[in-house]
Design a protein. Structure first.
Lengths: 169, 784
C-alpha cells in the first residue's frame, strides 16, 4: 500500500500472457494462485524472446499475489527458465547418466567446437544458445539426445547434430 | 488429558509427550540433546539439514527427530552407533562447502555449527576439491552477509515468512548453486529483521554495526530491559571493557518471546554518538564553559531560585525511568510548582481528569494473540510497537482474528487486515462514531455525534466483528493520543468497547505508564492521587512560558507535539536547565546549564510496560565521561533545594517508595466522564496528518547511525494521494513547500494513494519537519 508506484502489471505482461495465466488460474482454487506460477513464468518468458527479466518476474508476482522473492526462487530453480538474454534457438543436450554413458560428452564437445561457444553461452549472431547442464529429459532410451526449442532429437551423432543445427535459421 | 499423551522410550528412558508432537520437542523438554540446525522452536519444521537424525527401532533408516511425530511405544536411540554414524555423516556433508573461517568469523565462539562440529565433525576432511564461494550481498545497514558460510537451513527464510510477515530473503538457484539472498539488489526492511542474526546457526548473517568488534568470549552479558516501546522487551546487553558492544534478546515468553525489534537491538549505537554530553556545562556571559558537577548544580539551583522556584516547569521524556519520573515530580512539587508533564506529544487535555490512573493495554501482552477481533485507533502498530503487532499478527495467522484500523492513512501491514478506515483527524472521529452507531451504543456523551454518523458497510462489519467475538479489544494507539480531540476518541472508543463487550486498551508510548504512576502529570500526584498544586500541562506551559524550565532527556524540536512552538518556548524561558545525554546546537541556544545524563545502560531503574508489569534493571555499562544517572541528579537537586525526603541511597529506595503508594491501584481504562462532546471540523481544505516514525521517537534512536540508514528512517517528505497532487497542481513536482502555523518547510513529494483525500502526511521527529506545527491541523501546500 505504501508508495503506490507499483508498475502496472498489465502493461508488462502482454494480453496473450495474461490470457494464458488466466486460463491456468481457472484450474486452481481462488486462494491457490501460487499454483499457476510455473505456467505464468513460461508464458512471460515466451513473450520476451525466451528469457525472463526481473520486471517480468515482478509482474508475475503482482499478478498472482506472491512476494517477488518467491517468484525469483521458482524461476531460478527450474532450468527451463532463462534469466539472462539468450539466442533464439535453445539447444539443450542431456548430460545425465544414461546419455553420458551413450556419449553425450562427444556431442557437447562437437557442438562447442562447431559453434565456438561454451555451454551456457550464445553465438554472437544471436542464433544458437547452448543450454547449461540439461538434466534427464526422460528420453534415455534414445541417448544421447538433445532438445532444440522443445523438440526432441534422439540417437545423436556429430553428423546428425550438424544437420539439425544447420537447418535452424 | 492422559489420552492425548503417549509413552515412548529414548535411550532407555521412559518419556511421555502429547501425541503427534515431534520427537525433538519431547527430547528438548527432557533435556536430551540432539544436534540440529534447521529446527527452531518458533518456526515451521523444514527438516532439510538432517543433522537431527536418530535411530528409531523398526524404522529402516535413521529418522529426523524434528520431523518424526511421536508414536505410542516408539523406541528411540539418539546416541547409538547407528545414530551417531548418521549424525557424523551429515556433519561431514555440511562441512564440505563450509569455509571453516572461524578465526575471522563474528559467530565464532557462539556458533551452532562450530559447537556441533566439535562433537560430530571429523578431524580431517576427505573432501579435496574446490569449495564453493558465494559473493556477499549488501542487504542494508543492519545485517552483514557472509553467505559462503551458509548451510542453507532456511531458518532466515522461514523467519521472514512466518514471523516478520514479509518474505524478503529467499533461496534462489538450486543444488550446489543455491544461495540465500534477495536475488535483486535490495535491503531487508522488516522492523524485526535483526532476529535473523540470532537464528542463523552459523556466521552467514551477523550484526553489521558490531561486526569485527569483539569475540563472543570477550563480552560480558548483562540482563536489561529495552527502553523504546511499552513492551519492555527483555534483552541482554553485551559489554566489552565497560562499553556496550551489542544487544540481543533475552527469552521471555510472556513479553517478547525470543524476539526483539530492530529498534531495541540497534539503538545502543546512539550511546556513543559524537554529540554525547560528557561534562556538565554552564553558560557564562553567553559563552559555554565546562564546569564541575558542584558548580553546575549550584548554578542550576541559583538560576531556578532567582526566577521563582514555585514557577518552574519540567518536561520529561516518556522514556525516563520510573524513578526519574517520580523524583522529577517530587522535585517540582517540593518546590511548590505543579508544572510537570511527560505527555509531550499530547495536544488535547480537556478530559485529563477522566484519564485512567495509568492508561494500559487492558490485558496481558501475551493474551493479544488470543483475541478474535481487534480495532486499533490511530496506530501504525507494526512500526510503533513491533512486538505488540507480532502478537496481533499471530492472532490473525493462527485463527483468522479480524483486526481493523481507524487511522489517518492506510499503512502497509504484515497480516491480512479485516477493515481499514483512513481519513483526516475529524474523519477518524466520524468513522468511530459510525462504528459506535453500528454497534448500537447508548452512551449519552457521544449521542449527538453518533446520531449524526453515516454507517457504511465497513463500519458495520467492524462493529459486527467485535460484537461477534468473545475476545475482542479496542486499542487506542499513539496517533490517537496525539489527536487534537483525544477526549472524543476516548469516549467513542469506550462507547464502542462497551457496546461490543470488548476490552478497552491503550498502547502507551515508551515508559509513559511509569509517568502516569509516578505523577509526571500536572493534575495528579503519584499513584493517581490528587495533586496538591494543580500545575500547567505541556500545552499551557507553552502558552504561558514559565520563568524556569527543566528539560529531561528531550529535544523540544523533536519530542514535543508542536516542535516549532516548543523550541520557541524554550528560548523564551528565562532560565533553562537541560538534563540531557546529548548536546545539540539548539540546546546551546536555549539552555543555561546542561547536566550530562547517563543512558539506560548506564543507570539502574525500572520500566513499566503496557500491561503494567514493573521491570527493574541495573546499570551495565560505564557512564560516558562525567555523565550521571538521572535519579542521582534529581536526588542531589532535591538536596540542594533543601527539600524533604531526598535521601535515597539507591534507585531501589525510590522505586519502593512509589510501589508502596501504588499497591491499591486497580487498572481500569473505562471512561466514566459524561461531558457531552462534539466533533470540531476545520474549515481549511487541506489537513496535515502525521505520526512520529519509529526511528525518530527519542534522543537515542535518533542517533543510532545504522537505524538512521534504514528505509524506515526516511521520513523527510510529504505524502499526498494522486488526486490531491492533481488538485494542488504538483503532479510533476519533486519538491513542495508546506506552510503550517508560522513555519514552513521544503520537502520532497511522494505520491501515495494510501493517504486520504484532503490530507497531507508529514511525520514529526525529524529535522526536515521541525519548523512545522502539530501532527494534525490545517496546512498549505505550495508548488516550488
Ligand atoms: S543464512 Fe543462516 S539462517 Fe539463512 S539459510 Fe543460511 S545458515 Fe540458515
Ligand atoms: S539421461 Fe538423458 S534423457 Fe535420461
Ligand atoms: S533439525 Fe531436523 S532436519 Fe534439520
Amino acid at each position: 500500500m505504501v508508495d503506490k508506484s507499483m508498475t502496472d502489471t498489465n502493461t508488462i505482461l502482454s494480453a496473450h500472457t495474461i490470457e494464458e495465466i488466466d486460463a491456468w488460474l481457472k484450474r486452481f482454487p481462488e486462494d491457490k494462485k501460487k499454483s499457476a506460477v510455473l505456467a505464468a513464468l513460461r508464458a512471460a518468458q515466451h513473450q520476451n524472446k525466451g528469457y525472463l527479466t526481473t520486471e517480468l518476474m515482478d509482474a508475475v508476482a503482482d499478478y498472482l499475489d506472491l512476494s517477488k522473492i518467491e517468484v525469483y526462487e521458482v524461476a531460478s530453480f527450474y532450468s527451463m527458465f532463462e534469466l539472462n538474454p539468450v539466442a533464439r534457438h535453445n539447444v539443450a543436450v542431456c548430460t545425465n547418466v544414461c546419455c553420458m554413458l551413450m556419449g553425450s560428452d562427444t556431442i557437447v564437445n562437437h557442438l562447442e567446437n562447431k559453434l565456438g561457444i561454451k555451454l551456457g553461452e550464445s553465438t554472437a549472431d544471436g542464433r544458437i544458445y547452448l543450454k547449461m547442464e540439461e538434466e534427464c529429459l526422460a528420453a534415455c532410451a534414445g541417448g544421447p539426445m538433445m532438445q532444440v526449442n522443445h523438440k526432441y532429437y534422439t540417437d545423436l551423432t556429430p553428423d546428425k547434430v550438424d544437420e539439425i543445427i544447420d537447418g535452424l535459421e | 488429558m492422559s489420552e492425548d499423551l503417549v509413552k515412548f522410550t529414548v535411550n532407555g528412558q521412559e518419556l511421555e509427550a502429547p501425541k503427534g508432537s515431534m520427537l525433538i520437542q519431547a527430547t528438548d523438554a527432557a533435556g536430551i540433546s540432539i544436534p540440529r540446525f534447521c529446527y527452531h522452536k518458533k518456526l515451521s519444521v523444514a527438516a532439510n539439514c538432517r543433522m537431527c537424525l536418530v535411530e528409531v527401532e523398526k524404522a529402516p533408516k535413521p529418522m529426523p527427530a524434528c520431523a518424526t511425530p511421536i508414536m505410542d511405544g516408539m523406541v528411540v536411540h539418539t546416541k547409538s552407533p547407528k545414530a551417531i554414524a548418521a549424525q557424523k555423516s551429515v556433519m561431514e556433508f555440511l562441512l564440505i562447502n563450509h569455509p571453516l573461517d572461524c578465526p575471522i568469523c563474528d559467530q565464532g565462539g557462539e556458533c551452532e555449527l562450530q559447537d556441533i562440529s566439535m562433537g560430530f565433525g571429523g578431524d580431517i576432511s576427505q573432501y579435496t576439491d574446490e569449495k564453493r564461494v558465494v559473493f556477499d550481498k549488501d542487504i542494508g545497514p543492519l545485517i552483514s552477509t557472509e553467505l559462503t558460510r551458509c548451510i542453507q537451513c532456511t531458518r532466515c527464510i522461514r523467519f521472514g515468512e512466518e514471523i516478520a510477515g514479509m518474505r524478503e530473503l529467499g533461496a534462489t538457484d538450486r543444488g550446489d548453486r543455491m544461495v540465500i539472498g534477495t536475488y535483486i539488489e535490495k535491503s531487508v526492511d522488516s522492523e524485526m529483521s535483526g532476529n535473523v542474526i540470532d537464528i542463523c546457526p552459523v556466521g552467514a548473517l551477523t550484526a553489521k554495526p558490531s561486526r569485527f568488534s569483539a569475540r563472543a568470549w570477550e563480552l560480558i552479558e548483562h540482563p536489561s530491559i529495552a527502553p523504546h516501546d511499552s513492551v519492555g522487551s527483555n534483552i541482554f546487553v553485551h559489554t566489552q571493557r565497560g562499553k556496550v558492544t551489542r544487544v540481543v534478546p533475552r527469552d521471555n515468553e510472556a513479553i517478547n518471546e525470543v524476539w526483539i525489534s530492530d529498534r531495541d537491538r540497534f539503538s545502543y549505537q546512539g550511546i556513543y554518538a559524537p554529540d554525547r554530553m560528557t561534562q556538565p556545562m554552564i553558560k557564562q556571559d553567553g559563552e559555554w564553559i565546562a564546569a564541575t558537577w558542584d558548580d553546575a548544580l549550584q548554578k542550576a539551583v541559583e538560576g531556578i531560585n532567582a526566577q521563582g522556584r514555585d514557577q518552574a516547569a519540567a518536561w520529561i521524556s516518556p522514556n525516563a525511568t520510573l524513578e526519574e519520573h517520580y523524583l522529577m515530580q517530587k522535585l517540582l512539587r517540593g518546590m511548590g510548582s505543579g508544572n510537570v508533564d511527560h505527555r509531550l506529544r499530547q495536544t488535547d487535555f480537556s478530559d485529563q481528569d477522566a484519564a485512567p490512573v495509568m492508561p494500559w493495554l487492558g490485558q496481558r501482552i501475551e493474551d493479544l494473540e488470543n483475541v478474535n477481533a481487534a480495532l486499533l485507533v490511530g496506530s501504525n502498530v507494526r512500526k510503533a510497537q513491533p512486538l505488540i503487532a507480532h502478537r496481533l499478527r499471530k492472532a490473525v495467522i493462527n485463527h483468522d482474528a479480524k483486526v481493523s484500523f481507524v487511522n489517518p492513512r492506510e499503512f502497509d501491514w504484515h497480516f491480512p487486515v479485516f477493515a481499514e478506515c483512513a481519513s483526516s483527524a475529524s474523519g477518524m472521529l466520524e468513522d468511530l462514531a459510525a462504528i459506535a452507531k453500528a454497534a448500537g451504543t447508548d452512551a449519552a456523551s457521544v449521542a449527538t455525534i453518533v446520531n449524526a454518523a453515516t454507517v457504511t458497510e465497513t463500519h458495520q462489519q467492524i462493529a459486527d466483528s467485535l460484537k461477534q467475538s468473545d475476545k475482542a479489544i479496542v486499542l487506542i494507539g499513539d496517533m490517537a493520543q496525539q489527536h487534537p480531540q483525544l477526549a472524543v476518541i476516548r469516549k467513542l472508543a469506550d462507547a464502542i468497547a462497551k457496546a461490543t463487550n470488548s476490552v478497552l486498551g491503550y498502547i502507551p508510548e515508551a515508559n509513559s505508564a511509569a509517568g502516569w504512576l509516578a505523577g509526571t502529570v500536572p493534575h495528579r500526584g503519584p499513584a493517581g492521587s490528587a495533586a496538591a498544586v494543580k500545575g500547567l500541562n505541556v500545552a499551557e506551559m507553552q502558552a504561558n512560558p514559565a520563568k524556569a524550565l527543566i528539560t529531561f532527556n528531550i529535544e523540544p524540536e523533536f519530542d514535543v507535539a508542536n516542535p516549532a512552538q516548543a523550541l520557541d518556548t524554550a528560548r523564551q524561558v528565562g532560565f533553562v536547565v537541560a538534563i540531557s545525554s546529548y548536546l545539540s546546537a539548539n540546546m546551546k541556544d536555549y539552555a543555561d546549564v546542561i547536566l550530562p545524563l547517563a543512558m539506560f545502560t548506564e543507570t539502574s531503574g525500572t520500566y513499566v510496560n503496557a500491561e503494567g508489569f514493573w521491570q527493574s534493571f541495573n546499570g551495565v555499562s560505564t557512564a560516558e565521561g562525567n555523565s550521571r544517572p538521572g535519579w542521582k541528579i534529581l536526588r542531589v537537586l532535591g538536596n540542594l533545594f533543601d527539600l524533604e525526603g531526598f535521601d535515597y541511597i539507591s534507585s531501589q529506595d525510590v522505586k519502593d517508595e512509589l510501589k508502596q503508594q501504588c499497591q491499591d491501584i486497580q487498572l481500569n481504562n473505562s471512561v466514566e466522564c459524561t461531558a457531552v462532546v462534539s466533533i470540531e471540523k476545520s474549515a481549511a481544505s487541506l489537513q496535515r496528518v502525521g505520526d512520529v516514525p519509529l526511528y525518530a521517537i527519542d534522543t537515542l534512536v535518533r542517533r543510532s547511525a545504522p537505524l538512521q540508514k534504514t528505509r524506515d528512517a526516511m521520513h523527510d517528505c510529504v505524502r499526498i494521494n494522486s488526486k490531491q497532487a492533481e488538485l494542488s497542481g504538483v503532479v510533476d513536482s519533486d519538491k513542495v513547500k508546506v506552510n503550517q502555523n508560522n513555519g514552513h518547510a521544503y520537502l520532497s513529494l511522494v505520491i501515495d494513494d494510501g493517504i486520504p483525500d484532503g490530507c497531507v502526511w508529514i511525520s514529526a521527529g525529524v529535522q526536515a519537519t521541525s519548523s512545522l506545527g502539530e501532527n494534525f491541523g490545517p496546512i498549505e501546500l505550495e508548488k516550488v
